[in-house]
Design a protein around this ligand. Structure first.
Ligand SMILES: Nc1nc2c(c(=O)[nH]1)N[C@H]1C(S)=C(S)[C@@H](COP(=O)(O)O)O[C@H]1N2
Ligand SMILES: [Mo]
Length: 502
């Protein structure tokens, strides 16, 4: 029975994975072979593939990847079972190859623990031993009798269920043992951030036009877009956190969590954005960040005059390259942020510390879980995304988006959206209906040049089909370009257009 053989393959591999998860929890928490392969795929997949994933699944790209790996595993395990029945030991060899892939992926992580190979080894060995044991009990015909005269099917079922139960219990044990997530969550919850020495001015009256369907002027923490390469959110206990400033500096500087919180913190609003955001996309959000100016810490270290870049790294090995000049610029006021909208950073947004640099796309500025700043040069070091062909500097481009075209309370129509050009500011927004003349929209009261603005235009549509387009004008007089550019290498351009029928 080929189907039973395939089932035996799935049971063997699933049991192995459960045991592997337990071993991972015991000796190498970050070396789960499946997650390691996922991370390897993320790191190895070329830029366009990643872009496709982000574009297709938005912020759910990681869930999509995990589901894909799960389905693939299931299919391969089934094939291994069927192969092993027909041509032993081919099935076991296939499992061995899979385990070897998991092993290589786990030990090659930037953050690999000394025993990172153990979970994949245990997974592979268990599955390789179990598979023939299960197959021996798989009946050739549905009602074939077993050694004791009872249907062989029953023995096979008992073995399979027993095996799955063992794997399941092991996996649950692993989950129970990985208590770190909970201690870090508890540490975060108990945390009281100091009051800012320099507070953000209160929002001006009229900062939020409050139109249904229009993005709120300040994004919520839970609704904030999330982009990163981390399959598992890094868990860092603030008491274990420290930042090291090294490289082309006069002296290495180390800052602990206590050091950082004792410094006079500043708070401001800034709109963060991903370079992968397509025209009209929503990989952008505005928050109030609390942190300490990076330049003060860099100046303590004394950067060399020959340096022009800071390579910052996260605990998980992800890197970001930021122009040194931007980090030293007093006006731009880049910070090491610890707070987001009055809360400690959420774990997914970099807890306990991330970098915020107004005006630069996230991939060259917004390092989450940051633990190291290496002062260096653009011609010496490359960061995670620049290695894959994305632009080196990454200033955020002038852009605008239509969020809603609607009738308010059964009366007038309104067209509304947001526009941004961080670190420069937005002077105006214009809307064009059906290719007509550009009309000036009304803007929300701007919070600062580093934040987006909302805009609105009242509208009296005739019934029928309409196309609405928007463009922004920067505070420096730049008119948003109509030229269509892809997100790769340094951010999308072109007008956002919406077609609707009234
Ligand atoms: N450690 C780490 N930091 C990171 C990233 C990452 O993959 N890993 N991605 C960057 C990118 S591409 C963006 S757009 C922003 C997104 O920040 P958010 O998830 O808080 O919105 O984080 C940046 N910081
Ligand atoms: Mo990004």
């Amino acid at each position: 029975m080929r189907l039973l053989a395939a089932g035996a393959g799935v049971v063997a591999v699933a049991t192995g994975l459960g045991l592997g998860a337990l071993v991972a929890a015991l000796v190498a928490p970050d070396a789960n072979p499946v997650l390691a392969v996922g991370s390897l795929l993320i790191d190895l997949s070329p830029g366009p593939v990643k872009k496709f994933f982000i574009g297709l699944f938005g912020t759910f790209d990681k869930t999509a990847l995990l589901i894909l790996i799960g389905v693939l595993l299931l299919v391969l395990a089934g094939i291994a079972g069927a192969l092993e029945r027909r041509r032993p030991p081919l099935g076991r060899i296939l499992i061995g190859l899979g385990a070897a892939l998991g092993l290589v992926a786990a030990v090659s992580r930037a953050t690999a623990a000394p025993l990172a190979a153990a979970p994949a080894l245990v997974t592979g060995l268990a599955a390789i031993l179990l598979l023939p044991a299960l197959l021996r009990r798989a009946p050739e015909a549905p009602d074939a009798p077993g050694a004791d005269g009872r249907p062989a099917r029953r023995a096979f079922l008992q073995w399979s269920l027993g095996s799955l139960a063992l794997g399941g219990i092991a996996a649950l044990g692993g989950v129970a043992l990985t208590a770190k997530d909970r201690t870090v969550a508890a540490a975060r919850k108990a945390l009281r951030l100091p009051a800012p020495a320099v507070a953000a001015p209160p929002l001006p009256a009229g900062a939020d036009l409050r139109i249904p369907g229009l993005a709120r002027i300040v994004s919520s923490n839970s609704g904030f877009y999330r982009i990163d390469t981390a399959l598992q959110v890094p868990q860092i206990d603030p008491d274990d956190w420290a930042l090291e400033i090294t490289g082309m500096v006069q002296k290495t500087v180390r800052v602990t969590w206590q050091d950082l919180l004792a410094l006079p913190l500043e708070e401001y609003y800034a709109t963060l954005m991903c370079v992968s955001n397509p025209v009209g996309g929503d990989l952008i959000g505005n928050a109030r960040w609390l942190g300490y100016p990076v330049r003060n810490l860099l100046e303590r270290a004394g950067p060399s005059s020959r340096a022009d870049m800071v390579l910052s790294s996260s605990t998980d090995g992800f890197t970001v390259g930021t122009p040194l000049e931007a980090l030293l610029d007093e006006q731009r006021n880049a910070i090491l942020a610890v707070g987001m909208n009055g809360q400690p950073l959420p774990p997914e947004h970099g807890f306990p510390v991330r970098m915020i640099v107004p005006g630069l796309y996230g991939y060259v500025s917004a390092t989450k879980w940051v633990v190291k700043l290496e002062v260096t040069r653009f011609d010496r070091a490359q960061a995670y995304w620049t290695r894959q062909g994305w632009g080196e500097r990454g200033p955020i481009k002038l852009q605008s988006r239509i969020d809603t075209v609607r009738r308010i309370d059964g009366g007038d129509w309104v067209i509304a959206g947001v526009a941004w050009r961080q670190f420069v500011g937005v002077r105006g927004v214009q809307v064009q209906v059906d290719g007509g003349s550009w009309q000036d929209a009304q803007l929300s009261a701007p919070i600062s040049v580093n934040t987006w603005v909302q805009w609105r235009l009242p509208w009296r549509p005739a019934s029928g089909s309409h196309t609405v387009a928007v463009r922004a004008i920067g505070a420096d007089g730049e008119v948003q370009t109509a030229k269509v550019a892809d997100v790769l290498p340094d951010g999308a351009t072109g007008y956002h257009k919406v077609t609707l029928t009234v």
